[in-house]
Unconditional design. Structure first.
Length: 345
């Protein structure tokens, strides 16, 4: 385990390069100016809620508000299966992973969005259950643009709890996320200084909450970027924090399991990737994973999910891969006193 001193998010990082802080400030000023010039219908807000339906079914919800429209997803803590959400500020329909209409939320999503409450209805409207959700995080957005050659956009959560541990997490995320535009702008400037080509460099980073509780939070970062070549790039980052004795601990895989866990985790991951058709697994080029190969992971009620960038386990055309391993398949190697104890039955 590691207390928050390094301020790193697990994933792909370039070596940090210094760039004057005014570049970051220019980006922030540009963001403020852009936001001020935009009409309300184009401003996007995003929030994360936790609460209950009928006071008995615990859920968590990630919603995005743009003008009068609302979209996002939610899941029951007991299942972890995401249902998509789309609708208005007062009437939001839900659909299951097979795109079947399964119900709707009738309530109000109004400024300052501290709570979201109302009635949940079945598709036929015959069954109505009260729901109440409280906002636990809101997403911050930043954009830096330089002419027609460079753009960097970021989104990441800010947790509303005032406890020291959650403030440690907020500080860590801010310090980590600010590295992205600094590094990318530095690389772009170095490239333009050496060539006359002026194609468009683009980077979009979205750090999202995968799971939230008072003692555990799991975050997944998705990074899309283009810096020349035949196609852009995509890669994952992740960070998982455990609140223990009022301290935020940045988790490694070894913090979740008993000694000797690696073989079990590697075998389960290989099995799933083979079923998904990852070519490097199917053709035998990869027969085992090291701990660092499995370092991008998220924690949700469904299980432990491990992520692989394009090229990691197959050709670029195959895209990225993810493997979700139910906790029941890892029960023998999960630390019974560790962060996953609440998921083990």
């Amino acid at each position: 385990m590691m207390l928050l001193r390094a301020y790193l998010i697990q994933g792909k990082w370039r070596h940090w390069q210094f760039i004057p802080s005014f570049v970051w400030l220019i980006g922030l000023f540009a963001l403020v100016a852009t936001a001020a010039a935009q009409p309300d219908e184009s401003v996007i807000s995003r929030y994360y809620y936790t609460g209950t339906i009928n006071k008995t079914h615990s859920i968590q919800m990630d919603i995005q508000v743009k003008g009068k429209t609302v979209s996002g997803h939610y899941y029951y803590n007991s299942l972890g299966v995401p249902f998509s959400l789309n609708g208005s500020r007062s009437d939001i329909e839900e659909r299951d992973p097979k795109n079947r209409y399964t119900g709707k939320f009738n309530g109000k999503v109004d400024v300052p969005h501290k709570t979201f409450e109302g009635e949940w209805l079945t598709p036929d409207g015959k069954k109505q259950l009260p729901f109440k959700l409280n906002k636990v995080a809101e997403y911050l957005f930043s954009s830096t643009r330089q002419g027609e050659t460079l753009e960097v956009s970021l989104s990441y959560p800010y947790f509303l709890s005032t406890s020291p541990a959650w403030q440690q997490i907020n500080d860590a995320l801010l310090k980590s996320i600010k590295q992205y535009p600094l590094e990318f702008i530095t690389e772009a400037r170095a490239f333009y200084a050496e060539t006359e080509h002026q194609f468009y460099w683009f980077q979009q980073v979205d750090l999202s909450i995968e799971y939230y509780s008072e003692t555990l939070v799991s975050l997944l970062g998705k990074n899309h970027e283009y810096s020349g070549g035949a196609h852009g790039n995509f890669y994952y980052q992740s960070s998982n924090f455990w609140i223990k004795e009022n301290q935020a601990i940045l988790l490694k895989l070894s913090d979740l399991f008993l000694p000797g866990y690696k073989k079990r985790l590697s075998d389960e991951t290989l099995k799933s990737l083979r079923e998904q058709g990852a070519s490097d697994i199917v053709n035998g080029a990869i027969t085992d994973f090291k701990k660092e190969d499995l370092s991008r992971f998220s924690i949700t009620p469904r299980g432990l999910t491990v992520y692989f960038d394009p090229y990691a386990v197959g050709a670029y055309a195959e895209g990225s891969f993810s493997v979700t391993i139910p906790y029941r398949q890892l029960k023998k190697v999960i630390d019974p006193e560790g962060p996953l104890k609440s998921f083990v039955k």
